[in-house]
Design a protein around this ligand. Sequence first.
Ligand SMILES: Nc1ncnc2c1ncn2[C@@H]1O[C@H](COP(=O)(O)OP(=O)(O)OP(=O)(O)O)[C@@H](O)[C@H]1O
Length: 696
Amino acid sequence: MAAGGSASRRAQEARRQERLLREQWQAARRQARRWEAASEGERRVAAQLLVLTARGWRLLVDRRWPGTRAANVDMLLVGPGGVFVVDVKNWRSAPEAHEGRLRVGGEPRGDHVAKLLAVTKAAESAVASLGMSPVAVQPLMVFAGHRVDAELGRIRLLGEHEVGPVLLSERHRLRAESVRAIADHLERVFPEHEGSAVAPGVTPAPPREQSQEALPDGLFDLDGLREAALEEALRAPIEQWMTFLHPDQVALVRRNWAGPARISGPAGTGKTVVGLHRAAHLAQRTTGRILYVTFANNLPRVQATFLKAMSPAVADRVEFRSLHSWAQEFLNEHGVPVRLHGDKAQTAFSLAWKHVGRDSCLAEIDPAPAYWKEEIDHVIKGRGITSFEEYATVPRRRRRASLRRPHRQAVWALHEAYEALRAERGVHDFNDVLSLALAEALRHPGRPRYAAVIVDEVQDLTLVGVRLLHALVGDAPNGLLLVGDGQQAVYPGGFRLSDAGIDIRGDRGQVLRTNYRNSKEILDAALAVVAEDSFEDIDGLRTPGRRDVDLTYHDGHVLRVTRSTLAEHDQALLEALLGLPLAARADAAVLCPSMRAIGHYQRLLERAGIPVCQLEHYDGRPVDAVKLGSYRRAKGLEFKRVYLPEHNAALTNGSRPPEAEVSETRREREELLRSGLFVAMTRARDILWLGTVLSP
Ligand SMILES: Nc1ncnc2c1ncn2[C@@H]1O[C@H](COP(=O)(O)OP(=O)(O)OP(=O)(O)O)[C@@H](O)[C@H]1O
């Protein structure tokens, strides 16, 4: 039933659009005819664009390029789809875009490309003061008398038939008031060109008798426009942040940095948003590829979805990858054999622990082998340490237990045993993949394969990981951008920029301070968890856990739900979720600290008939299911409603021995658990549900 109903609605809308378009097209053609100085071809293009002016677009024609005496800009077009800088060409031969160059009739036309890009840059600067990101400004070359739909770097090449439908079906990023304000502003910045022979007013002329305006065959393709208009009517607008940023953010997106740069700031301050806009901006400015990397492997899919919506023209030049999957592919391409096998590597470690760890002095500090596996993973291999002398004195960042020389000797013996057993099995672990890739990258310093590398959640990388990414672009201008927040580190170990040989000075280190995501109530609750945990960020600075953050006005609440038993607690969670309107479930997430808890809540929700989407499978596109995953998997994401069942179960609550008796390693573990909880809590925009069980 639904399908039949929607088909008939679609047909009805199509008929309405067709009627409307005929009227608009006829008015536009009459108006274009008044442009005496223009050629017939240019008038036809103008008529296409004038149709848009009847649909909420503003067309500025023949404007002066600011800062020049005589240079002109053919057209500026502002509408729901953004700002377009339009250059109309009335060339006899069709354009050819090949290997980034424009040729017409075999002749190079690079000068036209350069001019259009320069005007686009001027338009970007003009709208930046209104907080508009450069990704919303797009250059277009339109060819009268030809059918074209191609790309030349960031320039879209369209024929006269294609331009109308393409612009009409752009996703909506500007509301009517913004279109007005931006067009008014551009009208002032790009004044009318003196001596312009084009009629200035571009409001459609009053309709004449319509019968005389029969459409000449082949001149105008109503079908294309009608389809586009229909799509436009059914399409949802893209998010506000994909077009408008705070002016300070726009400045970061557009800035020229002479070498590696860094953007830091507390949770929710728009770091990823700036990173994504910067990726799109750099892709627009260069012909090279941009690598956007994170540690987590679900985040790249989500970020790729966002970029595609935000800036489809450059989406295929930005590669979103998790660090390890990228490194593995890089090794494969270079013919370096790699046999990543996490389980076999883990068995090798367990055996090594049994042979040389369990009965050593290490067990006095912490009897849990996991602590020592982390020591090897994050301190020794994560830092690329290959000799005991180096390990004997290395600063163990984010590690609390102090290890004297005999302990370090014991760790080294464990490491060597592990490496021998791993090698015997012929397998690699995750750290090996990065070390091999680093060695390979350093072996081929030649032509960089990326114009830029942007690293998100950089605090979660190991030193070897960050060195590897640095090696890909070196200290090239605008090459490396590190984005992250030390307070959200959820892995042990860590590094300082100086350890990695990355020198970030002056304005290349930027801090964002305005939280756009959380309400005061939610942020205060999250900060209370880590208030006592000062942390060291990658610049080596110690920062107190309770940080000063500017908040934007935003409503949001914390709901604390305490029940005596797990069954009652789970029932309360189900009631909260079942009470949501169906559409609201899509923006709700249940986050858990462990795999065991994820399994438990997956069964609970499914039994109650609540559809669940694991965060592993979430790619940022709306899906009508409650998201479910671990705190770590939720990094970098956000949801309107976040549910944290048994949120404090892993933290100490009354059962903790006196402070003096708590081991350093236990303190370290608890600190990491609190960081994880802090990350999970700060994912919530409107509602943060905190479940507690009194007697689990
Ligand atoms: N200028 C802005 N105006 C309005 N909202 C914004 C702006 N900049 C960012 N936001 C919003 O703020 C939220 C947080 O942005 P983002 O995810 O980039 O922050 P972050 O600093 O990377 O967060 P985290 O470190 O917690 O993952 C998003 O909902 C985004 O839409």
